[in-house]
Design a protein around this ligand. Sequence first.
Ligand code: ZN
Length: 206
Amino acid sequence: MADELAMIEAAGADWLHVDVMDGVFVPNLSFGVKVIETVRTLTTLPLDVHLMTVEPEKYFDSFAKAGANGLTIHVETAPHLHRQLMRIKELGCVAGATMNPSTSLESVREVAGDLDLLLIMSVNPGFGGQQFIGHAIDKIRRARQLLDAARSNAMLEVDGGISRDTIRQCHEAGADTFVAGNAIFSAADPAAEITALRNRCVLEPA
Ligand code: ZN
């Protein structure tokens, strides 16, 4: 992990996105607080922690203490979304919300002004290496409108299946923050891949 973190950092990633899976809300198990603590000692990159867990509020304090810079929770597991977002902010973290591809954006409309980050899932959460779900593009577009209507400065992030083939459309639809896993980790030259992904948003002609 130390080698991979050093590679990501050297390759010019802005953040490190960490998927926390509890084996209940999503079928897989992944990292817990201990791993975040270790990652914190190995990198200075901001840690963008995506909590794919039931009762995420149980972990807010320990993840914040472990060094998370942002905590993103699923509306499906957050019946008191406003209170939960406020608690994340109190802990000094970027407060993010997300939802499964099948869940409506309306689930965040009432808290749009309170969000620091809105994450659009372009795959069903729980596994890496999945294919991008095409109708996420329209959801990103609608998310952009929703945030703009709320005069929100929240980051609009996309997670799942981001590659050279999908990132430009997401950017054009209004996203400004991108999570890439497979595209970078399976690349022969991860640094070149990160540059290529960035260039797909800003430099290359359509
Ligand atoms: Zn994620």
